[in-house]
Ligand binder design. Structure first.
Ligand code: AMP
Length: 392
């Protein structure tokens, strides 16, 4: 599903290694925040410091710096990531993500394209209770001035901050805005907002992104407190949240525009934008919304072969080649046992082959809703099943 959404917009798949040099991810931890403190890292037999990847963006930038493809470089990826976190619902030590990254383009309309792809993916899955929130962190200078202003604000009101947030403040004032603790609420509500620090260019870029989203009729909310702590983000950042999940783990994914990362990994200065979506949480949201009906998994036909099983192999092969969904029984079980399986599969028809049918070049098609069974020629089976409504 994600592959077809990404391919429809001209993205090629990139497969990056699960194991990278530790240095590739070290940059993600500036300010002591982020995924670097949760990494599975170790020395290999050659004494090299390596890490299981905690995310993919840095690997994409490393690959770009190493291979220097022509820009714009539009890639998508899927695969597992590893973070040494406290496991809980929606938070695992191994989890899967899909994502895209585009390197070499500094255009607000690309931010719109990237956000629209994530939106289309959630829509294609059938999720309804999804919220898109966007913000702009401004240019690096805007962001630096904002961080100073936040530090001043929180230090002057630090008596009102929780102990945890006071510690966070020392490391990264932006992250204090993430706090959901009641003690921090008042200080956060009174904090300066990033919009006041946007340079004209940053404000224009953010306006253009919002204009693009409106033109595509993608609903969004501007959330000035959305920060996404990693130091390499600038300008556009966004997050998709599910209202079907508990608020502590309701982020299905997000991303934004970043710079400095390719350069830090040995490449030329290169603008980048992308997102990563967590599949585990997306699947939990799908369950909560009930978007996967069992209908989608039920076969068009269940083949019951009482001659040993080889004919079921051939018939299911023919049906699948014709684009039908076909399942079958194994282990040469009795007719009765196989019919039970056919019933459980919820297929509308059982296709039955015994010695007589093999000799005559026919099959029996038995409607599972109790209708009359008929015998037809093997070469008519595909057309017959196609003509039958698949739901009863
Ligand atoms: P991040 O790379 O931290 O921005 O994460 C992007 C998305 O990946 C999150 O919104 C989650 O959906 C998912 N994710 C991140 N960490 C985990 C984890 N430990 N377990 C499950 N999903 C995760």
């Amino acid at each position: 599903m994600f592959a077809s959404v990404a391919a429809s917009a001209g993205y090629g798949q990139l497969i990056t290694p699960l194991l990278e040099d530790l240095g590739v991810f070290a940059r993600l931890g500036e300010g002591g925040e982020g995924v670097s403190k949760e990494m599975y890292q170790f020395a290999d037999k050659g004494g090299r410091d390596v890490a299981l990847r905690p995310e993919v963006t840095a690997s994409v930038c490393r690959a770009f710096a190493e291979h220097r493809p022509t820009t714009p470089w539009k890639v998508w990826y899927t695969g597992p990531n590893f973070r040494y976190e406290k496991p809980q619902r929606g938070r695992f030590r191994q989890f899967d993500q899909v994502g895209v990254e585009v390197l070499g383009v500094d255009d607000a309309q690309l931010d719109v394209e990237v956000i629209a792809l994530a939106d289309e993916f959630f829509r294609a899955l059938g999720l309804q209770r999804i919220r898109l929130i966007v913000n702009s962190l401004g240019e690096p200078d805007d962001r630096a001035r904002y961080v100073n202003a936040l530090r001043d604000h929180f230090e002057s009101s630090s008596a009102g901050l929780s102990t945890t947030s006071r510690e966070t403040l020392q490391r990264n004032p932006l992250r204090v805005l993430d706090s959901k603790r009641a003690e921090d609420e008042a200080a956060i509500a009174a904090a300066p907002q990033i919009g006041e620090f946007h340079s004209p260019a940053a404000a224009e870029h953010f306006e253009a992104v919002q204009g693009g989203l409106r033109a595509l009729e993608i609903d969004f909310e501007v959330e000035p407190k959305l920060v996404r702590g990693l130091d390499y983000y600038r300008r556009t950042i966004f997050e998709f949240q599910s209202d079907a999940l508990d608020s502590a783990q309701n982020a299905l994914g997000g991303g934004g525009r970043y710079d400095g990362l390719v350069e830090a990994l040995g490449g030329p200065p290169t603008p980048g934008v992308g997102f990563a979506l967590g599949l585990d949480r997306t699947l939990i949201a799908c369950d909560e919304e009930g978007v996967f009906s069992s209908e989608s998994e039920r076969p068009d036909a269940f083949v019951v072969d009482v001659t040993g099983g080889l004919h079921a192999t051939v018939i299911t092969g023919e049906l699948r080649a014709a684009g039908l969904v076909a399942d079958r029984g194994f282990d040469n079980r009795s007719m009765k046992a196989q019919m039970k399986l056919a019933n459980r599969s919820a297929a509308p028809s059982a296709v039955i082959v015994g010695e007589d049918e093999v000799a005559a070049g026919t099959v029996i098609v038995k409607p599972m809703d109790g209708g009359e069974q008929i015998t037809i020629r093997r070469d008519e089976l595909v057309a017959h099943l196609r003509a039958r409504p698949t739901t009863t």
